[in-house]
Design a protein around this ligand. Structure first.
Ligand code: SAM
Length: 238
């Protein structure tokens, strides 16, 4: 079954954007995944086609109306009733490689992109949407977040990445950052690639990479390192 993304947005022309290129673009052209957009503005009911209004309680900016967004969601669910419903918001749970992997293994997703100050809370609750953030910073809209999520999922779909092995080795696959990578020339600006990587000794290469991955995770991401250590202590053979 083709992995499918249905994006609800006020800016459908932003898609496929970067996803029309490189691995994701080729996979899209091959039909390994499908991307549809729904323009939320098509569900506005007044003659100004307005989709937003001022926030109750005051404050700056505008909020996307629940009735308009809900009608757009209904249209998406009519097309794709089996897809999980995701809304992008800085208030959501941080997107992780684990969640990406689970989504990539599923049928796809309906992705709701906010704009302005965000979306009226009631439609998020009413539709029991999964709220996802892509990081602790504020974007001007959910579209870049949707592109990030789709990119991360699509590269994991069968046949999309050149070497299947690379997904198993890369950062976060085992709770660690990936080891550093090198290519030719062996010496560049007085910096020489570690000897072990040129030794042809596969076991030594694997051990070096493992040690680097552990050291870099410990130094750069103490949060990941703690989680990795806790898991290793709970299940020493994992
Ligand atoms: N007023 C909101 C707040 O302070 O939490 C920010 C709204 S933001 C300007 C507009 C839209 O961009 C959001 O509704 C959401 O869809 C998207 N967005 C912004 N930052 C995001 C993030 N870190 N992750 C996912 N989506 C984000």
């Amino acid at each position: 079954m083709t992995w499918r993304a249905v994006v609800l947005t006020l800016f459908p022309e932003m898609f496929p954007g970067p996803l029309g290129h490189s691995l994701a673009g080729k996979a899209l052209a091959r039909g390994d995944w499908a991307l549809e957009t729904i323009d939320i503005r098509d569900f506005a009911t007044d003659r100004h086609r307005s989709v937003d209004d001022t926030p109750f309680g005051g404050g700056p900016g505008m909020v996307m109306r629940p009735d308009v967004v809900d009608d757009a969601v209904s249209a998406a669910l009519e097309r794709a009733p089996d897809l999980p419903l995701i809304v992008f918001t800085p208030r959501g749970r941080l997107l992780t490689q684990r969640r990406v992997r689970a989504l990539a293994e599923g049928p796809g997703a309906i992705l709701l992109c906010g704009r302005y100050e965000g979306i009226d809370e009631r439609v998020i609750r009413h539709r029991r949407m999964e709220e996802i953030s892509i990081g602790d910073y504020v974007l001007s809209g959910g579209e870049p977040a949707a592109i990030v999520l789709m990119d991360a999922c699509v590269r994991l779909l069968p046949g999309v990445m050149g070497e299947a092995a690379s997904a198993a080795e890369e950062s976060f696959a085992h709770g660690l950052l990936e080891y550093p990578q090198y290519t030719r020339p062996a010496t560049w600006k007085d910096m020489t690639v570690p000897e072990v990587l040129r030794s042809g000794d596969h076991a030594a290469v694997a051990a070096w990479r493992r040690a680097q991955a552990e050291a870099d995770t410990r130094d750069r991401r103490p949060d990941l390192w703690e989680a990795y250590r806790a898991l290793a202590e709970a299940a020493p053979t994992a």
